[in-house]
Design a protein around this ligand. Structure first.
Ligand code: GDP
Length: 437
């Protein structure tokens, strides 16, 4: 028999309230036994005393509880939610009371969502969106997660699945008939598959938006030693109160810091610059810097020499002239060619941020268009697999093999929404879910 699970759904710090979630067949029995009363009305907050089981009414807490019988609950199972007082001792008391039931255990990460998917209450795309919402640090991340939840991928995936299944049934009917005298001419599904492939392809194109919003826009410093890269990096992060961390890289020369600016996460990377060196560790650092420069959304090429501006290597590389506090007058010809800043006085740093923000808005413009399908890397990988199989089906003559490719494409779509291979896919995804979700 499937165990009944429970978990603290709120953070375990000192707080006015905590929510303890219980899900599974034993929920009602637990509720009755701990409150020594009948089950309260469905889905209505009810005040109850909770007692340790078989304790002669030793009180745990007096608090609200809601009873949500299957299937009208998040997991689709019988559920209770206890709105207990916050704090560790209260939870520990509930913990020991709940653990005294033989078929009850503490939930694993994401296990409530896993059960919700298995019971058809939600799908994987939506569960992932909820997880993103919980983890959102910036306004854009929150917006993206909610729109994923509302308009998400699930709808087009269902549509594409239906189309693939229709094509498969046409082909399979043809295979079945092929021994008979009134064999229909070979079916032509090329047109349908071409349209389908186009739609899948255009969705895959959007995979970078998700990363950009959730992981943050990548801004990498480059420039000669002493130009003031670290000073600018530090000033920006200090001024904006870095929200995540200043983690030193694995080598001595890449330092990363993230800020939340006007709703966007921006990651800054301070690099040591690219120099000729015999030192192995330094070489590794340079290899990483090169890779980082390639992946960057924006490169800030910092210089301190107002007589000679380096040439920008690409559109994503912006010139930054630092230490303008040293010159009495800024040469006219420099304006417009470089962002003029002083890490020392802070002048111009806001300008850098505003420009990055503008670029982030430009890069994520498509997110606002409800017609656009946004997907994360896992979903994109499955869609790429589906696209590959549709292409193979288009190139194939044998109907049996076409059918097999379509079956594979369909499996990729099913993995996206979690109708197959649930355990395997969920195991990976839910390892970064929180326990009470
Ligand atoms: P990096 O090697 O490019 O990271 O350069 P640093 O940030 O270590 O700065 C090199 C030197 O320039 C340090 O002595 C800083 O104090 C100085 N410096 C950095 N920014 C400014 C600035 O805006 N004005 C002035 N006057 N000095 C600066």
């Amino acid at each position: 028999m499937q165990k009944t699970i429970f978990a603290l759904a709120t953070g375990n710090q000192i707080a006015a309230l905590s929510v303890i979630r219980v899900s599974g067949e034993d929920s009602e029995r637990i509720l009755k036994k701990l409150t020594l009363k009948n089950t309260p009305a469905e889905r209505i907050l009810t005040l109850r005393n909770f007692y340790f089981p078989d304790s002669n009414k030793k009180l745990i807490d007096r608090c609200l509880v809601v009873w949500m019988p299957a299937p009208r609950s998040y997991t689709g199972e019988d559920c209770i939610e206890i709105y207990s007082h916050g704090g560790d001792a209260v939870f520990q008391a509930f913990f020991s009371a709940l653990m005294s039931f033989p078929n009850v255990r503490y939930a694993e990460q994401g296990e409530f969502s896993k059960r919700a998917i298995i019971n058809g209450k939600t799908d994987l795309v939506k569960a992932e969106a909820v997880n993103d919402l919980i983890n959102a640090l910036t306004e854009k991340q929150r917006e993206l997660a909610t729109s994923q939840f509302n308009r998400g991928l699930s709808i087009p995936i269902m549509k594409w699945r239906k189309e693939i299944l229709r094509c498969m049934s046409l082909i399979e009917a043809n295979i079945d008939f092929s021994d008979e005298s009134d064999t229909p001419e070979s079916v032509n599904i090329t047109h349908e598959l071409l349209i389908l492939r186009e739609q899948v392809k255009s969705a895959i194109k959007n995979k970078d938006y998700y990363e950009l919003v959730n992981k943050g826009i990548k801004v990498v410093f480059k420039g000669k030693p002493n130009a003031g890269k670290s000073s600018i990096f530090n000033s920006i992060l200090k001024k904006q109160k870095a929200i995540v961390s200043n983690t030193p890289g694995t080598t001595r020369d890449i330092i990363e810091g993230q800020i939340n600016f006007k709703g966007y996460a921006i990651n800054f990377y301070d690099t040591a610059g690219i120099t000729k060196t015999e030192d192995n560790i330094e070489r590794e650092g340079i290899r990483r810097t090169r890779k980082l420069l390639k992946e960057a959304d924006i490169i800030l090429n910092v210089t301190e020499d107002d007589n000679f501006l380096p040439k920008s290597q690409s559109k994503k590389e912006w010139l930054v002239l630092n230490k303008i506090d040293r010159s009495k007058k800024i040469k006219k010809n420099l304006r417009g060619k470089a962002i003029l800043v002083s890490a020392k006085t802070g002048e111009g740093l806001e300008e850098i941020l505003l420009r990055i923000h503008k670029e982030a808005i430009k890069k994520t413009k498509s997110l606002n268009d409800p017609k656009n399908i946004i997907l994360n890397l896992r979903q994109a990988k499955e869609l790429e697999e589906a696209e590959l199989n549709i292409t193979k089906a288009l190139e194939e003559k044998s109907e049996e093999i076409i059918s097999e490719h379509l079956r594979q494409a369909n499996r990729s779509l099913e993995r996206i929404i979690g109708t197959i291979d649930v355990e395997e896919v969920l195991g990976n995804i839910f390892s970064n879910f929180c326990i009470g979700k």
